[in-house]
Design a protein around this ligand. Structure first.
Ligand SMILES: [Zn+2]
Length: 477
């Protein structure tokens, strides 16, 4: 059996993954808060933890329970509904539908359970009751708050220093709190926003208690992996961990895995910078497989720099891999189903694939860049075998191996014919000329940043420009 090594944020070290129960490996990932269309940064954890799910399924023969929740009660949802003058349900339904469409385009495996917060209020109230009973929570003016001082080693996950937080006023001070650090488990709802009856008065849950309740219901008091974006480590995950300790007396999850952030052209993505890349929009322009490839091109613990060049390179990388598959399928009528729609007995079994360098790379703390590199080495081998006019069965076998190995990365799920038919982002000659003209103007006015941006933009379409004395020439690369 393969040994999976993972970086555990709780211990700050790489550990060998040992599940609590090999027959039911359990993973919880914090899902989207459905108030607005997501951006490309939101897609990174979805793709990374989809890879982790695929690896776990491979190692543990599919015995994995994967829970990814949907947060459909939140102040941001209420505010978005008010702003757009539509009902809360209209917003959440629309964003959830879009999330599912995008998930398919990105080839994400469905979660075993995708619980919605609003359908688990009773479970949340149950845990809140336990926390009060155990002295970890208290009622105050229609609120229920978690008593942070009662939690031993609060901050152990995020390595946050509690004293620094108070000094830096990073906590909300309210007269009903025993301590500024205490956080909300239940609070009164504003008029016109969703509310539920409870022993503490009508109100709604805090965000953190949602994940404690939903993970407990589907995965139990303790489970194997809790994952999410690094930005969720504090306060969200720290508070979930504290809640579960207070209610059940144990550490919620053995392994806490966090992915790093995504920046756009080296800059933090922010509305104020005007550089937010909407996932929906980018998926209209590019095949989901290209987006997925870019998201896998950096190690999950490193910052990922999103650029047009990265999109272009991903397209080239996929062209190459599908090109290798095409060689194996070109003039063979009867090949294995991994390679085309027709079937035959030439497919290499899964047994060969588990020993492939792809799973080795992924077991090494999800080293996706190395796995991609190794996939290209397999393509190299196919090209070489084709040049040497090797035995067709061997080429077909390697092709099947490559396609199976790629499925661990969620790549190469199409036929090569489908891939090359789909083409790439299209651009007309008029548009190219216009952009080249805009670039010349930008250069004349010393706006080199804009000029570089246009060059990158063209590159994303596969258009390479070259400046010469005669002017700017272009060609499709
Ligand atoms: Zn969560």
């Amino acid at each position: 059996m393969h040994k999976l090594q993972l970086y555990n944020s709780l211990s700050n070290s790489i550990e060998t993954f040992v599940p609590l129960d090999e027959k039911n490996v359990r993973m919880y990932v914090c899902g989207p808060t459905v108030y607005a269309s997501p951006h490309i940064g939101n897609a990174r954890p979805l793709v990374i933890f989809d890879i982790l799910l695929r690896v776990l399924r491979k190692i543990y023969d599919g015995n994995v329970t994967y829970v990814r929740n949907i947060t459909d009660v939140d102040d941001k949802i209420n505010a978005a509904a008010r702003e757009r003058n539509i009902s809360i349900q209209e917003i959440t339904d629309a964003v959830i539908a879009e999330f599912h469409t995008n998930s398919k385009k990105l080839n994400l495996l469905p979660a075993t359970v995708e619980p919605r917060a609003t359908l688990h209020i009773a479970e949340m109230l149950n845990i809140i009751g336990k926390l009060i009973e155990n002295g970890f929570a208290y009622e105050a003016e229609g609120h229920v708050l978690f008593r942070v001082k009662k939690m031993p080693k609060y901050g152990a996950l995020s390595k946050i220093n509690v004293d620094d937080m108070i000094a830096g006023s990073r906590v909300e001070i309210a007269p009903y709190k025993e301590d500024p650090l205490d956080f909300v488990l239940w609070k009164p709802s504003n008029e016109g926003t969703p509310s539920w009856d409870s022993d503490f008065g009508s109100g709604r849950p805090g965000w953190h208690i949602e994940c404690s309740a939903m993970s407990h219901k589907y995965l139990g008091e303790q489970f194997d992996i809790h994952a999410g974006g690094q930005d969720l480590m504090f306060p969200h995950h720290e508070n979930e961990l504290a809640q579960n300790f207070g209610a059940f007396g144990c550490t919620m999850a053995k392994y806490w895995i966090h992915n790093n952030m995504l920046v756009v052209n080296g800059q933090k993505m922010s509305k104020s910078f005007g550089n937010v890349v909407a996932l929906d929009k980018i998926l209209q322009e590019y095949d989901g497989e290209i987006i997925r490839y870019v998201l896998l091109s950096s190690h999950y613990q490193k910052i990922l720099n999103w650029t047009n060049q990265a999109l272009y390179q991903a397209k080239q990388g996929l062209d190459r891999l599908y090109g290798a598959l095409r060689i194996a399928t070109a003039d063979i009528g009867n090949i294995c189903e991994c390679c085309s729609d027709s079937t035959a007995a030439t497919c290499i079994s899964d047994g060969d694939v588990t020993s492939s360098p792809i799973i080795d790379a992924l077991c090494n703390n999800l080293n996706t860049p190395l796995a991609l590199h190794n996939l290209h080495l397999m393509a190299d081998e196919i090209f070489k075998m084709s040049e040497q006019e090797c035995n067709r069965d061997r080429i077909n076998g390697l092709c099947a191996s490559m396609k199976n190995a790629a499925s661990l990365l969620g790549l190469l799920w199409k036929s090569s014919h489908e891939w090359f038919q789909a083409g790439f982002k299209k651009i007309s000659e008029n548009e190219i000329s216009q952009l080249i003209e805009d670039r010349a103007i930008a250069k004349m006015t010393d706006n080199f940043e804009r000029a570089d941006e246009i060059r990158e933009q063209l590159l994303a379409y596969g258009v390479i420009i070259e400046d010469s004395k005669e002017g700017t020439m272009w060609k499709i690369g």
